[in-house]
Design a protein around this ligand. Structure first.
Ligand code: GRF
Length: 202
């Protein structure tokens, strides 16, 4: 079975990365992770990748004078790894238009809200402040605008009374893991088509 070679960009704990690693361990899963890049040297996700025998690389954005220079350094590593597809999994940097264009329709992100609501940081806190009763997560193709692009999959969770950003975030995170692994599976097996600016599941 030909597997989609995938690079994963992280900045932190990497539970979504772990979910992808676990799925990729299944011989029937149509993707494989060939590289994990973190912009933070202390990201625990790097340990998760190393434990799974995956090549890792730290590229600090602080070492580059512009967003595009940083993105070009990442791009070089991604190309060298043979990756054909990129997943952002808790990667806390905005990408340059240059990078987004390089990876048009080959770059996806997961966000802890039902987009287009609550873009940006602290999405769970934004949801609580808005008083919504349903929250959730979104997997989407990346466009140059933040947290925008064709939506591949969403899942919802209830907002419960007494919820804090942390308790709501934990409930959402469980759904994130399911949505991210299922989205990559659908894409890698050719079951996602983009028509106009909408993603269709075949
Ligand atoms: C997730 O909530 C993801 O949606 C957001 O950052 C968080 C990363 O979590 N972009 P993890 O590093 O995958 O555990």
């Amino acid at each position: 079975m030909k597997k989609l070679k995938t690079a994963v960009l992280i900045s932190g704990g990497g539970t979504n990365l772990q979910a992808l690693i676990d799925s990729c361990a299944d011989s029937g899963y149509p993707a494989q992770i060939v590289l994990v890049i973190s912009n933070k040297a202390d990201a625990y996700g790097l340990t998760r990748a190393k434990n799974a025998g995956i090549e890792t690389c730290v590229i600090s954005h602080k070492d580059y004078s512009s967003r595009e220079e940083f993105d070009k350094a990442m791009n070089e590593k991604i190309i060298a790894s043979g990756a054909e597809f990129v997943c952002m999994a808790g990667f806390m940097r905005l990408l340059s238009e240059w990078f987004v264009d390089q990876w048009h329709n080959k770059l996806i992100n997961i966000h802890p809200s039902l987009l287009p609501s609550f873009k940006g940081v602290d999405a769970q806190k934004q949801a609580l402040e808005a008083g919504v009763k349903i929250a959730g997560c979104t997997v989407h193709f990346v466009r140059k605008e933040m947290d925008a692009g064709p939506i591949i999959m969403q899942a919802s969770v209830p907002v419960l009374s007494g919820d804090t950003p942390e308790s709501l975030g934990k409930r959402i995170l469980e759904k994130e893991h399911e949505c991210y692994t299922e989205s990559l599976r659908l894409i890698a097996s050719g079951q996602v088509r983009i028509v106009g600016e909408k993603a269709e599941i075949l």
